[in-house]
Structures are given as structure tokens and as C-alpha cells.
Design a protein around this ligand. Structure first.
Ligand code: NDP
Length: 230
């Protein structure tokens, strides 16, 4: 049976690119987003069969628990988890923290029982260079991502003895819905490689972390060199 991977925030952007790459590599993918129709639209675009779409708000504990129970009952043990769901608006600080930080904690908790039992699995949480370096005007978003880094490193230490790996991938500016308004701005000139990244370029790095059996507790920056200029 091929590996089962859950991609939270898989209906668009980086999560969708990760879902596509994993499917191309023969994984079965469970695509999770609040909008089930959007998740289903990703599923129908994937190579191969046996992929599934789930409507779930990762910021809601009970919903996450029920969704992951359903995934495991219908599809089997989860080998990989990718957390790419995001809320960027700062209008509601609590909602932002609940989606970006608590949401990833809840999904990790929901997969860990089975990963620890089967003594295998890999998790990639998607952070941000802003979480590593800070950015004026993005205090809450940045705090959510910095928190995710601390969570990732601590969890990696906790579960390593059971052969479960946890890493953080920190993108810079990537061409997705989240950055639509920024593409023509000054920011692009500060990127050493001189352009925004593509979701598919991030997906390759996510796959690398998922499939590298001796890497855990690490932060991999995928930002065209942006961090050097921050
Ligand atoms: P997009 O806005 O393109 O996609 C966000 C995804 O998250 C959608 O599938 C959305 O679906 C889902 N989502 C949002 N809220 C929830 C929720 N509460 N529960 C479940 N799913 C949810 O984002 P990106 O692909 O750009 O971002 C992916 C990750 O990369 C995020 O962690 C982001 O912080 C990070 N990142 C992105 C950068 C960029 O430049 N794009 C830069 C640095 C970091 P739906 O609305 O249906 O729920």
C-alpha cells in the first residue's frame, strides 16, 4: 500500500503544489481545507487514484480530531503530514494564532498517536522567513511562525526516539494567493535571486524533508536568498 500523506491547506498555493508532487511520487493524498469543494478540485487534478478531500477548519480541535479519525479509518495509517494552512489577516489576532500556530499543533497531535505506535512518520510545518527574522507590520503573523519553529524543534526532540521526524520549512515570497498584492512592490528587488518563488519550488523542498530519514528538528529556508538581505 502506498504512503498516505495529509496536506492541510492543500486546496491552494504551496499545499496544492505539495499535494501534486506527492501524488506524482506515488503517495495517496488526503487534501484538507475549510472549503471541501476546493479541496476536491485539487484531488481531481492529482496523478493517480485513491486521493481524498476533507473539509476541516484546523483551528477547531474537535473538527480536527474527527477529520483525522475519519482519514485513518478510511485510508489507513498516515505516514506524512504537511501543515500549510494559513490565515494572514490581522483583523482577528486570536483567529490568526488559532489557524497558524494552534492549528498545526492540533493536527500534529491528531497524527502522533498512530505515528508513535507504528514507529514511523514525518511532519513538515510551514513557517516563514518572517518568523525567523521579524517584519514590521507583521507582528502577530511573525509570532505565529516563530512559535511554530519552537514547537517544531521541541516536538522533534520528543518523538525522535520513536522514529518520527518533524521539520520546519520557511519560505520567503512565493507566488500564491497570499502574495497577490505584493508582486509588483519594492520587496522583489530585495530578493537576491530577483524574483518570487513558485509553489512547486517549495514543494520540492518539502518532499526532500519528508523523505530524508536522518533530518529532524531543522529549519530549511526556501527564499531565493531573501534572508541574507533582511
Ligand atoms: P494560500 O493562501 O495560497 O493557501 C492557504 C490554504 O490554507 C488554502 O488551501 C486554504 O483553504 C487553507 N486554509 C486557510 N485557513 C484554514 C483553516 N482554518 N483550516 C484549514 N485550511 C485552511 O497560502 P500559501 O500557499 O501562500 O501559504 C502556505 C504556507 O506557506 C502558509 O503556512 C504560509 O504562512 C506559508 N508562507 C507563504 C509565503 C508566501 O509568500 N506565499 C511566504 C512565507 C510563508 P480554505 O480557504 O478553503 O480553508
Amino acid at each position: 500500500m502506498s504512503r498516505l500523506c495529509v496536506v492541510c491547506g492543500g486546496s491552494r498555493g504551496i499545499g496544492r503544489a505539495v499535494s501534486r508532487l506527492l501524488a506524482e511520487r506515488g503517495c495517496r493524498v488526503a487534501v484538507v481545507s475549510r472549503n471541501q469543494d476546493a479541496a476536491q478540485a485539487t484531488v481531481v487534478s492529482l496523478t493517480g487514484a485513491d486521493h481524498m478531500a476533507f473539509g476541516c477548519d484546523v483551528s477547531k480541535g474537535e473538527e480536527v480530531q474527527k477529520t483525522f479519525e475519519t482519514i485513518q479509518k478510511t485510508c489507513g495509517n498516515i505516514s506524512y503530514l504537511v501543515n500549510a494552512a494559513v490565515l494572514i489577516q490581522v483583523k482577528d489576532m486570536v483567529a490568526l494564532l488559532h489557524t497558524n500556530l494552534l492549528g498545526s499543533m492540533l493536527t500534529c497531535k491528531a497524527v502522533l498517536r498512530s505515528m508513535l505506535h507504528t514507529q514511523g512518520g514525518a511532519i513538515v510545518n510551514i513557517g516563514s522567513v518572517v518568523g525567523l527574522k521579524g517584519n514590521a507590520g507583521q507582528c502577530v503573523y511573525s509570532a505565529s511562525k516563530a512559535g511554530l519553529e519552537g514547537f517544531t524543534r521541541s516536538l522533534a526532540k520528543e518523538v525522535a526516539s520513536r522514529n518520527v521526524r518533524v521539520n520546519l520549512l520557511a519560505p520567503g515570497f512565493i507566488r500564491t494567493d497570499m502574495t497577490v498584492g505584493l508582486r509588483e512592490g519594492e520587496g522583489v528587488r530585495t530578493i537576491p535571486l530577483g524574483r518570487f518563488g513558485e509553489p512547486e519550488e517549495v514543494a520540492k523542498a518539502v518532499l526532500f524533508l519528508l523523505e530524508s530519514p536522518y533530518i529532524t528538528g531543522q529549519v530549511l529556508v526556501v527564499d531565493g536568498g531573501l534572508q541574507l538581505a533582511m
